[in-house]
Design a protein around this ligand. Sequence first.
Ligand SMILES: C[S@@+](CC[C@H](N)C(=O)[O-])C[C@H]1O[C@@H](n2cnc3c(N)ncnc32)[C@H](O)[C@@H]1O
Length: 451
Amino acid sequence: MHIYIDPPYNTGNEKWVYNDKVNSPKIKKWIGKVVGSESEDLSRHDKWLCMMYPRLKLLKDLLRDDGAIFVSIDDNEYCHLKQIMDEIFGDINFIESFIWKSRLGKGATSQTTAKLHEYIITYAKDVNLLKFKTDKRISSKDSKERLRQWGQGDSREDRPTMYYPIYSKDFGKVFPKKPDGTDGRWRISKVKMDQLIESGLVLFEMQKDGRVEAYRVIPAGNETNTAYSSILDSEVVKTTAHGSIELKGIFGESKFAYPKPSSLIKEVVSLCTKEDDIILDSFAGSGTTGHAVLDLNKKDDGNRKFILIEMEDKIAKDITAERIERAIKKYGYKDGFEYCELDKPLFDEDGQIEKTCEFDQFATYIYFTETQTNIDKKKIKGNFIGELGDVEYHLIYKEKYQNVLNESFLKKIKKGGNKKVVYADKCLLDDAMLAKYNIQFKQIPYEVKVY
Ligand SMILES: C[S@@+](CC[C@H](N)C(=O)[O-])C[C@H]1O[C@@H](n2cnc3c(N)ncnc32)[C@H](O)[C@@H]1O
């Protein structure tokens, strides 16, 4: 899973809501309060960070190991966000603060300047695993590319097999030496290097410090990969005004302030995703991320999926979901989506199951965790809570920690038959009995990790 989010920028005009369930008395005082501008609310930046911190921690857990997170922001919170992201994701995993031109430049935004740009702060979960897009360039004349690795992982010990001598007619044996005199490493394997040398595409040059560097020659007209620019191409990503026009084209009226243009999210999403990845946006707003994913899939026949989460009930139903539905019809997208609403919370702020949690709520939670599909409550009968494929799910629950899987349960089911996953607190049946009835015992989960 990769992540794009566009949280409130904390401009002082949004009146965003600090609404976390947290225990600290100081933070509790803020709960449910509308957060105002700097002059009327001196702790505005603290509150914003308190809102973002646990969300980013959780999002990091959800990222896959080779995934990336992209966060839209402007100068109001840029430096604070960068710092907590350094802390949460590790500064080594920082990829870039991409800049995009969000306004066309009509009119000043402060006393002195017209601010035309915003940022997209990007981190990898693990920079060594992330595969990032490169720009393609066609050279009009011969160019060269150094064959010795530079930057991260440039030492001999990083890739011992990439340290080997190559032979130059003029200079004899050449090893990858770093300017500080230590051993470096080549960027390609010996086999590839031999092929290049054989094709006459390796050039040697003596450096001022006496070292010999080797370069790969790229003949004119050949395509080369160059690192992706930190400034997004404004012809490609367009501006916020385009986002508004796009949304108006779908609803016939302005329904949401400052939506991102889907072209921006398409560019961002295609920086590191493959055609079957999942993209999560937990500040969904008008649903631009969903729209962008649908459009990318249409263009490259991909099978990416999106998960959109929106806090405001009305926005979620009337704008986020409605926009996606309308976009599917308007542009003939092949994909669909499922709309879900959050039920009563199951866990309290310490991550413990709510005391008021009832059998049906538990059943819904367990069934979903097991099958990733919604329960059909009409099918609940006694301990049986549903089935999927050839697996049945059962729950033994009356009172916390008092639920036992014992012989009395066996009276209600048949021997053998379908596999039965049975949730309880304790199991008093031995392995032979469990096997005879094809039962797998699982402990009822009473807590989740909280940040
Ligand atoms: C800036 S908008 C996102 C716009 C979106 N990228 C688009 O293109 O339409 C932020 C969204 O996050 C939601 N949100 C989630 N948690 C929030 C919070 N704690 N305070 C304010 N808004 C929150 C808001 O309801 C709003 O729809």
